[in-house]
Design a protein around this ligand. Structure first.
Ligand code: AMP
Length: 499
């Protein structure tokens, strides 16, 4: 069996790996590290959860030891599609690089430029960035990238989804052609293959899991539900309460509005819950995530974009409040649990209108997912539950003490009534169309303001850039920010996580 010391890593790196408690390299590490150390380009096909971060950080650290530090010039550049992922990679870098004296600059949107500028002025060996913020720094004249020797493009398929490919092409032109490129993607659609062909020279291809695989340690179940949101919420609550083994869970919704509605509903029902979506400011997102990781919050409601790639090591459950309309998103969502050989459980609420999407998922993962408590034909008629469970306008919160089952509690706040009424009247098909339209808009960077602007018009040097640049994120294009998010996060949820 391959061990870390067989891979050619430096002593400093090996010692940090031992301190991290890792005994054997994961397959992506065993496959990618040796050729990366020989300065080969890598095409890594691997999802988060496979140990892929270490597969590029560990050889990078070893290579950085070998070369000479150049004053003020970054020697390595890592691009990540989201700020959380970038922050996570930076954390990994600190962990694996604890025996190195390297300066790391984390350049992400949503936080002020000043601290980042200061880091750059002092000289950074390693840049870990989201593409937009990196280009902002470059345009402000704060960055010279001609010393970059190793270039990592992580989560390339996500970059494509988010319309970042033109930015990446631009960045690639700002760094030396002779660099080494390590390119990672969870999936390899033709557009990504073309991109890899353009960016990589004679790469070592390391593929660790088929595109459609879900971990065998995850128990997957479909849960039949009627289609109204309040009915789905009742099903979800019962399901959560029935899970004795539930330690913590991520609950996925397709749209940010549904993230907001579900978060508010669960909160009112007394669950320990937080939420993550793209419109929250950076501080709120990071604090929310830290609170979830530390166990201060048990449930996290999230959209695909906000949660993609986040490394939360021991999530026991994943709930899909909505069936993802893109089957590959299912694989990513389920990948939040059952990591590193642990067992996990996932439940996907399915209504009659969702069956074509659940069928597509079963086709992609090439297996039938069992129903939990009977399939759709076993549901009681919808009309019965309609009257009983529909939130009453102006009703009082009498049912709270009774705990489970009904959503009448939802009616005790005026804003909630409006939200529930709205969501209850939106036709499911229309919602699917909305999600599809959002997805369709993604990956069309020619429509972005970046490409429409006057050639010499500078970007305003503020965080508004982020919104412009990320406009094709699927959960940011579906209307105004729901109430109760962004700056309106309840104070108790922003209590600092444990140190
Ligand atoms: P990643 O795919 O990079 O997000 O890593 C997923 C998780 O696996 C992280 O929590 C890592 O700390 C952990 N990990 C990475 N490599 C190993 C290893 N060789 N052995 C055990 N855990 C690992």
């Amino acid at each position: 069996m391959t061990t870390f010391s067989d891979l050619g890593l430096s002593q400093k790196v090996l010692s940090a790996v031992t301190d991290a408690g890792y005994v054997t390299p994961t397959p992506i590490q065993a496959g990618a590290i040796p050729p990366a150390l020989q300065r080969r380009d890598i095409l890594g096909i691997a999802q988060t959860g496979t140990g892929k971060t270490a597969s590029f950080v560990l050889p990078m650290l070893t290579l950085l030891e070998k070369g000479r530090a150049r004053a003020r010039m970054p020697r390595t550049l890592i691009l990540e599609p989201t700020r959380e992922l970038a922050a996570q990679v930076a954390e990994n870098f600190e962990k694996y690089g604890k025996n190195h004296k390297l300066n790391i600059a984390l350049l992400i949107g949503g936080v002020s430029f000043e601290d980042q500028d200061r880091k750059l002025e002092r000289g950074a060996d390693v840049l870990i960035c989201t593409p937009g913020r990196l280009l902002d720094h470059f345009e402000r004249g704060k960055l010279l990238m001609t010393g970059v020797e190793v270039f990592v493009i992580d989560e390339a398929d996500r970059m494509l989804d988010m319309g970042f490919i033109p930015d990446i092409e631009r960045i690639a032109k700002l760094i030396p052609f002779t660099r080494q490129t390590l390119f990672f993607s969870a999936t390899m659609p033709p557009e990504i293959q073309k991109l890899a062909d353009r960016f990589l020279q004679n790469p070592e291809r390391v593929e660790v899991s088929a595109r459609s695989s879900t971990a065998t340690t995850v128990t997957q179940r479909l849960v039949a539900s009627h289609s109204k949101d309040y009915e789905k919420r009742a099903v979800l609550r019962d399901l959560i309460r029935s899970q004795d083994e539930l330690k913590n869970a991520i609950i996925f919704c397709n749209r940010k509005k549904d993230v907001a509605d579900l978060f508010r509903s669960l909160d009112r029902h007394g669950f320990s819950v937080g939420a993550l979506h793209g419109d929250m400011d950076q501080r709120s997102r990071m604090t929310m995530l830290a609170n979830f990781k530390d166990g201060n919050i048990k449930l996290l409601v999230a959209s695909d974009v906000a949660a993609r790639g986040l490394d939360i090591p021991d999530v026991s459950h994943v709930f899909n409040f909505d069936v993802p309309i893109h089957a590959e998103d299912y694989v990513h969502r389920i990948g939040r649990t059952g990591r590193a050989g642990r067992s996990g459980a996932s439940f996907t609420l399915v209504t009659k209108r969702d069956t074509k999407f659940s069928d597509a998922i079963e086709k992609l993962i090439d297996k039938k997912i069992e129903w939990h408590n009977g399939d759709l034909s076993a549901l009681p008629p919808a009309a019965e539950s309609d009257e009983r469970e529909r939130p009453r306008k102006g009703g009082r919160d009498k049912d709270r003490e009774r705990g489970r089952g009904r959503d009448r509690q939802d009616s005790h706040k005026a804003d909630t009534r409006k939200a529930d009424d709205r969501s209850d009247t939106i036709d499911q098909e229309k919602r699917v169309e909305t999600v599809k339209a959002e997805r369709k808009n993604e990956g069309r960077p020619q429509n972005t303001v970046r490409n429409q602007r006057q050639p010499h018009a500078p970007y305003p040097a503020n965080d508004d850039n982020r919104d412009r640049r990320n406009r094709y994120r699927r959960d940011e294009d579906d209307g105004p920010t729901p109430l109760g998010f962004g700056d309106e996060i309840p104070a108790f949820m922003l209590i600092a996580g444990k140190a």
